[in-house]
Design a protein. Structure first.
Length: 118
């Protein structure tokens, strides 16, 4: 599995509590991963993001961010190889987090179709 370059996860149920452990395994065993696309009915927890940012070669990410904290969203900017983030449709309470990420990393293409609460 170390040669895995792209991973598409489609989960019908809400992200289970074991998802952070799954991400830990991915970060440990798939160091060459360049694309990660996650689709699920709820957002990814901050604990899973801790392991995601270990994947230093990630160039493209698709994530649901509904349950992520501001700091977790901003921490995605620490991925030096990152070129594009696509935020899946949903409702975001924290428009500022995405704005801070875009400000910090102007080289990242951030695509979103989120509706923001006022």
């Amino acid at each position: 599995m170390p040669e895995l370059r792209s991973l598409d996860l489609h989960m019908r149920l809400p992200v289970h509590r074991t998802f952070p452990q799954f991400m830990k395994g991915i970060s440990n065993h798939c160091p060459l991963l360049k694309q990660l696309h996650v689709q699920c009915s709820r957002g990814i927890t901050d604990e899973a993001i801790v392991f995601l940012v270990r994947l230093k070669r990630l160039k493209e990410i698709t994530l649901p961010i509904m349950d992520m904290s501001r700091m977790a969203i901003i921490s995605l900017g620490s991925l030096e190889a990152l070129e594009a983030i696509k935020v899946v449709p949903g409702l975001a309470d924290d428009k500022m987090a995405l704005e801070l990420l875009m400000e910090a990393r102007r080289d990242i293409d951030v695509t979103t179709s989120l509706r923001f609460n006022s």
